[in-house]
Design a protein around this ligand. Structure first.
Ligand code: FDA
Length: 501
C-alpha cells in the first residue's frame, strides 16, 4: 500500500495531542492527527450524541459486552451495569493485573469522559515532582495559558450554597469541617452558567441529567470544543479517526514510519495503513504512548530508546471510598455530575491526601458521601513487553494499592470518628469491600520527563520524536492531572517550535 506522508503526525487527540496539533497548525506545519476512537458529533436514534450513566447503551464503552462502571453495585446488587453491543464507545477500562485504568476514546480523549475538574497543583509539590522544570515559568505562563485555553471557570458560591444539586457536596463539607479539615472549591471546564440554566429548566440538562463518564451532550468544554476546534481552524490540521497506531520505526533518512490499523464499528481491521512523517508527537496518554514505545524498544523497531521507557508509572494514588451519613444528613436525590470541592489535607505531612467530593447521581436519596481520594503514594510500577503473548504488561501489585488505601483510611477514619459515621460497604462489588483500590482515573507516567525524555519531552535516543501527554508525569501530581498535562504540553511545544523546526 502507498505510504501517506505528512510533515508532522500527532498520535492521539487527548490533552497532549490537542495542544501539539494546535501549536503545530498555528506554526503553519501541515499536521495529521491519528485517533483510534470515533469523532463524537452524530446523534443516535434518541437524538443524543452520548448516553447517560442511568441507561448506558453501545455508545458507553469501548468494545465491551457489558458496561464496567466504577461503582459496580448498590446495596451489593449488580444493578449498575448493563449488557451492551460491542462498539467503539467513549469510555474504556483497560485491565492489567491488580489495576484497571479508565481512559477516554475518541476525538478529545479523556476530556470526553472526565469530571472536568481543572486543578493546578500546589507549586511546592510540582517542584518536588519536576525538580528540573522552571516552576516560575510554569506558574506565570504555562498554567495560566492552559487554564485560559481549556475554558476553566468556577461555580458561583452563592448558587452553590442554595442549590439542591450540590447538597451532596455541602453534606460532605460539613463532615470535613466537623473533623477540623480544610475544604476548597475546585474549578472546572463545565460551563457553570449553563448548569444554572439547567437547574432553572431553561436549557436541556446534561450535568444535571446523569451525564458524565459516558460523555456530556451539553455544557462541557471538552477538547473538541477548545484546542481541537482551534487546531482545525488553522486549516493545517486533519484528524483521522478509528485509526490505531500499532508500530513505529525509523527509516534510514530519519523519517518515522507508522503502521496503523483502521477499524470499523465492529472492531474489525478493515485496512492496515502506512504513514511517514518528519516530526512525530506522541499524545496517546500514559497507556497509549508508553505501550507504543516499550513495544518499539523491545521488538527492536526503535532500539535506542532509553531503559527508563516503561518505568515510573503510578495511579496518582487514586482510591475511591464511600461513607454512610446519618439519616438527617441527606445528600439529595438530585446531584450534579461535576465535582466542585475537595478536602485538602495535602499539607498534613504525615498523610497527604486530596479528596475530591464525588457525586452519586442515581436519582434517589442514598445518604452516601462518595470520594475520590488522591493520596501521596510513592509506589511506582513498570510496563514491560511480554514477547510470548506480544502484549505490554503493567507490574502494579495489590500491595502497592494497599499503600493508597492505608492513607485514605487514615483520613476517612478521622472523618468517621468525628461524625460518628461508618463506611459504605455495598458499593464496590465484593461484600464489605470498603475501598476501591483496583481501578484508577489518573494513569500517570511510563515515559517520565527528564528520564525517558529530555527536560522538554524530546525522546532520548531519537531526534524529532516528542511526548506531550500524561506519560511524562512521574506517577503522582497530588490533584486531578489534566491542567498539568496541558501546561507541560504548552511548554514543550513552545520550545520545540522555537528550536527544532
Ligand atoms: P488522553 O487519554 O486524554 O488521550 C489519549 C488519546 O490517544 C485517546 O483519545 C486515545 O484513544 C488515543 N490513543 C491512545 N493510543 C493510541 C494509538 N496507539 N493510536 C491512536 N490513538 C491512540 N482529570 C482531571 O484533571 N480532572 C478530572 O475531573 C478528571 N476526571 C476523570 C474522570 C474519568 C472517568 C477519567 C477516565 C479520567 C479523568 N481524569 C480527570 C483524567 C484525565 O482525563 C486524564 O489525565 C487525561 O485525559 C490524560 O490526558 P492525555 O493527553 O495524557 O491522554
Amino acid at each position: 500500500a502507498a505510504v501517506e506522508t505528512a510533515p508532522a503526525i500527532v498520535v492521539g487527540s487527548g490533552y497532549g495531542g490537542a495542544v501539539a496539533a494546535l501549536r503545530l497548525g498555528q506554526a503553519g506545519i501541515t499536521t495529521l492527527v491519528l485517533e483510534m476512537g470515533r469523532l463524537w458529533n452524530t446523534p443516535g436514534s434518541d437524538g443524543k450524541i452520548f448516553c447517560n450513566t442511568a441507561n448506558p447503551d453501545q455508545r458507553s464503552m469501548w468494545f465491551k459486552t457489558r458496561t464496567e462502571a466504577p461503582l459496580a453495585s448498590f446495596l451489593w446488587l449488580d444493578v449498575v451495569n448493563k449488557d451492551i453491543t460491542p462498539y467503539p464507545g467513549v469510555l474504556d477500562r483497560v485491565h492489567y493485573d491488580n489495576m484497571s485504568v479508565y481512559v477516554g476514546r475518541g476525538v478529545g480523549g479523556g476530556s470526553l469522559v472526565n469530571g472536568g475538574m481543572a486543578v493546578t497543583p500546589r507549586q511546592s509539590y510540582f517542584t518536588e515532582q519536576f525538580p528540573t522544570v522552571d516552576a516560575t515559568a510554569m506558574y506565570n505562563t504555562y498554567f495560566p495559558r492552559a487554564r485560559t485555553m481549556l475554558g476553566v471557570n468556577t461555580v458561583d458560591p452563592t448558587w452553590f450554597e442554595s442549590t439542591e444539586w450540590y447538597q451532596f457536596t455541602r453534606t460532605s463539607r460539613k463532615a470535613a469541617t466537623n473533623t477540623g479539615l480544610t475544604t476548597t472549591f475546585v474549578p472546572n471546564v463545565y460551563d457553570f452558567g449553563y448548569m444554572q440554566q439547567e437547574a432553572a429548566g431553561t436549557v436541556t440538562k446534561s450535568a444535571l441529567a446523569q451525564e458524565v463518564i459516558y460523555g456530556n451532550n451539553y455544557g462541557k468544554k471538552s477538547l473538541d470544543k477548545t484546542y481541537l476546534a482551534s487546531a482545525l481552524g488553522t486549516g493545517k490540521v486533519t484528524i483521522h479517526t478509528m485509526e490505531k497506531v500499532k508500530a513505529v520505526t525509523r527509516a534510514s533518512d530519519g523519517s518515522y514510519l507508522l503502521t496503523v490499523d483502521r477499524i470499523d464499528n465492529t472492531g474489525a481491521v478493515v485496512e492496515t495503513k502506512q504513514y511517514s512523517c518528519t516530526y512525530l508527537f506522541l499524545g496517546g496518554g500514559s497507556l497509549g504512548t508508553t505501550e507504543l514505545l516499550v513495544r518499539a524498544r523491545d521488538t527492536g523497531t526503535l532500539p535506542a530508546l532509553d531503559a527508563t521507557v516503561g518505568a515510573g508509572w503510578g495511579p496518582n494514588g487514586n482510591t475511591m471510598v464511600g461513607r454512610a451519613n446519618h439519616i438527617w444528613d441527606t445528600t439529595g436525590a438530585n446531584q450534579a455530575t461535576m465535582p466542585v470541592m475537595g478536602i485538602d489535607d495535602w499539607s498534613n505531612t504525615d498523610n497527604p491526601v486530596f479528596a475530591e467530593i464525588a457525586p452519586l447521581p442515581i436519582g434517589f436519596e442514598t445518604w452516601v458521601s462518595l470520594y475520590l481520594a488522591i493520596t501521596k503514594n510513592p509506589q511506582r510500577a513498570s510496563f514491560t513487553y511480554d514477547s510470548a503473548s506480544g502484549t505490554v504488561k503493567l507490574g502494579w501489585t495489590a500491595a502497592q494499592s494497599a499503600v493508597s488505601v492505608a492513607m485514605a483510611k487514615k483520613l476517612f477514619d478521622r472523618i468517621n470518628s468525628a461524625n460518628a459515621t461508618i463506611y459504605r460497604s455495598d458499593l464496590f462489588g465484593t461484600p464489605s469491600k470498603l475501598f476501591a483500590d483496583d481501578f484508577c482515573y489518573h494513569p500517570l507516567g511510563g515515559c517520565v520527563l527528564g528520564k525517558a525524555t529530555d527536560n522538554y519531552g524530546r525522546v532520548k535516543g531519537y531526534s524529532k520524536l516528542y511526548i506531550t501527554d500524561g506519560s511524562l508525569v512521574p506517577g503522582n501530581i497530588g490533584v486531578n492531572p489534566f491542567v498539568t498535562i496541558t501546561a507541560l504540553a504548552e511548554r514543550t511545544m513552545e520550545r520545540v517550535l522555537a528550536e527544532d523546526t
